[in-house]
Design a protein around this ligand. Structure first.
Ligand SMILES: Nc1ncnc2c1ncn2[C@@H]1O[C@H](COP(=O)(O)OP(=O)(O)OP(=O)(O)O)[C@@H](O)[C@H]1O
Ligand SMILES: [Mg+2]
Length: 406
């Protein structure tokens, strides 16, 4: 990449998706246009973790090539997601004194407070992925979002630290290097996904984001506008398919098709219907009732949501999610899932889809593209943060686009 474009690569259990984005015209609220996309089947990931490096390298290359072709550009670097049950998050607090009377708090003070909070004893086998600020306290006054310019003698900061297993981050870097892509930043999948599907209001009010993919279910809780909890459960859409294949003794491919068509079999239109299915090992075709799907898939969906609920409760966050639950990921469209989530959480539940994109968004506007589109949003924010792209009033963007050679 010549730094002209934003690139996100979502390396999932089922697919590797590369998206190329471009900053849009200044007078439109949707700043990001998708100009290229490439989707390859993912063959080297299990439960979010690389188990076949060569396979993953090939899949990355394939999706990158396709994205380059659709966009008509070459890319060299990208924002890449990381997930898996090795990812851990810790809440910590930093505190510093502001020396000098009536002195305004500076960016350096903020950095010092964050450094103080993040200087935790980290096991040797862990890497820090993110250090996120939640809120600042200036001389006991809580709830401050940005203390720069304020007067105070003591600055405290609540931070959220996300760590990942070093072997996982190293393997991911090696794969991308072999695929000839420089990693600008490794982003926790949950954070990328949240950028794409959550509204600022939801983050402020408190929301639980559940991304049910193929091999994993990612849970993130936001409160007061910041991430306060994240974890990954090694269960996802593949489990639904496998349960169905075993429960109905039909091949995996057929089970996948039935799952996508009939979902949990709870739609009254399907209720009394029978489905003809092939048996494994070339035995005779049989008829199964749609009601059987409900018996097989509903308990699995309930199990996933119960696990999520337990995690929310064990963190004491059940009263923090005032805006309810947002479910996304490829499996979120499983028919009947929303009703099951409604019953378990007794909170508003909605499906999260990529929001506020232009360009080729109609190719990637389903919940299985929440993470890849979110990586582009994250990239834009990160670049603004680092001053590569500045937050400016209207009229600015065409200038920067020119400078960057868009
Ligand atoms: N219409 C549908 N009904 C039910 N499930 C579906 C449907 N369409 C896709 N899925 C499921 O979505 C899953 C893939 O989701 P997604 O693309 O989000 O996974 P991924 O990001 O590659 O995996 P992960 O995030 O777990 O690493 C598959 O298990 C697939 O069966
Ligand atoms: Mg995913």
């Amino acid at each position: 990449m010549k730094n002209n474009f934003l690139v996100g690569i979502d390396i999932g259990t089922k697919k590797v998706c590369t998206l190329i984005g471009q900053v849009k015209a200044e007078d439109e609220s949707d700043e990001l246009e998708i100009i290229g996309y490439g989707i390859a089947e993912s063959r080297g990931i299990r439960k979010g973790v690389i188990v076949d490096m060569l396979g993953t390298v090939e899949d990355i290359r394939k999706s990158v090539k396709e994205a380059e072709l659709t966009a008509g550009v070459e890319i060299e670097s990208a924002y890449v997601n990381i997930s898996g049950s090795h990812v851990q998050s810790i809440n910590a607090k930093g505190s510093i004194n502001i020396t000098g009377r009536n002195r305004e708090i500076t960016r350096e003070d903020v950095d010092r407070a964050i450094t103080h909070g993040s200087s935790i004893m980290l096991p040797n086998d862990k890497d820090i992925l993110h250090v996120l600020t939640q809120e600042f306290i200036v001389d006991s006054q809580e709830g401050i979002k940005n203390p720069i310019g304020m007067i105070g003698s003591n600055l405290e900061v609540y931070i959220h630290i996300v760590t990942a297993a070093m072997t996982a981050t190293k393997n991911l870097l090696i794969c991308l290097k072999k695929a000839k892509i420089d990693v600008i930043k490794m982003v926790l999948s949950h954070i990328a996904t949240a950028e794409s599907v959550l509204t600022q209001d939801e983050k402020e009010l408190g929301v639980a984001l559940i991304d049910i993919g193929g091999g994993t279910t990612d849970l993130a809780v936001y409160e007061k506008g910041a991430l306060s909890y994240s974890s990954t459960i090694g269960v996802g859409g593949d489990n639904f398919t496998n349960d169905l294949a075993i429960g109905t003794r039909t091949p995996i491919e057929k089970a996948e098709k039935i799952k996508r068509k009939y979902g949990c079999g709870m739609d009254p239109n399907w209720k009394n219907q029978n489905i003809e299915i092939p048996s494994v090992g070339g035995k005779k075709r049989r008829l199964i009732s749609v009601a059987l799907l409900s018996d097989i898939l509903k308990p699995r969906a309930e199990e996933i949501f119960e696990m999520v609920k337990n995690r929310i409760e064990s963190e004491g966050l059940e009263n923090a999610i005032n805006a309810g639950i947002v479910i996304t990921g490829g499996s979120s469209v499983l028919d009947g899932l929303i009703e099951i989530a409604d019953d378990i959480f007794s909170a508003p539940v909605r499906i999260g889809r990529p929001q506020n994109f232009g360009g080729l968004i109609d190719k990637v506007n389903t919940p299985d593209f929440s993470t890849s589109t979110g990586l582009l949003k994250y990239a834009l924010l990160d670049m603004k943060d680092r001053g590569v792209i500045k937050n400016q009033p209207p009229g600015f963007f065409h200038k920067i686009k020119k400078q960057l050679g868009f």
